[in-house]
Design a protein around this ligand. Structure first.
Ligand SMILES: [Zn+2]
Length: 182
């Protein structure tokens, strides 16, 4: 965990860097619903409070033999606008006019890995389908169990889930943090 991210800005963000956390930012690749690479690098950034809480979650999961995989973290407002242009669906993308908790540096998209492969969560990350909602019974029992492990670990760490996206969590009190644009 190092100091404020540069890039010409003085945003109050730190870069996630912990052996129990795997970073796999989908928007740093073209493996996302826009088909475009939206980030210049694979560095995940959060405000210090969220980074500290997430590190605690990852350490507890590591005790269970699991790795926390971060698929997205801080997201500049400009990138949020691009996502909204491609998918203007408030169930799965926050309207930039309202603001995403990702742009506050307090939200993360996460999944679990056994150290080799990512666990079955019933749908792909960012799948805009009803099966991405929590508490679905039309996904496999294994996927339901994997989601439950992730949710209880994140809740215990102080994060709230999004009912529509099994992967999305925001630090409690997220709306009290300002929107940040790099
Ligand atoms: Zn998210």
């Amino acid at each position: 965990m190092t100091g404020p991210a540069r890039s010409g800005s003085l945003l109050p963000l730190v870069t996630l860097d912990h052996p129990a956390i795997e970073i796999d930012l989908v928007y740093a690749t073209d493996r996302n619903f826009t088909g475009q690479r939206l980030y210049a690098d694979n560095r995940a950034r959060l405000v210090p409070e969220a980074a500290c809480a997430l590190t605690g979650v990852a350490e507890r999961l590591a005790d269970q033999g699991l790795r926390l995989v971060v698929l997205d973290a801080y997201r500049p407002v400009s990138v949020q606008r691009r996502l909204w242009t491609v998918r203007p669906d408030p169930e799965f993308v926050a309207d930039p006019a309202v603001g995403s908790d990702h742009s506050r540096g307090v939200a993360v998209d996460v999944t679990l890995s056994d150290g080799q492969t990512q666990l079955d969560m019933g749908t792909a990350f960012d799948a805009a389908v009803p099966q991405s909602h929590h508490d679905r019974s039309d996904i496999s029992a294994e996927a339901q169990a994997n989601r439950a492990i992730l949710r209880s670990a994140m809740r215990a760490g102080g994060f709230d889930e999004n009912p529509f996206e099994w992967w999305h969590y925001a630090l409690a009190g997220a709306r009290g943090f300002p929107l940040l644009d790099a």
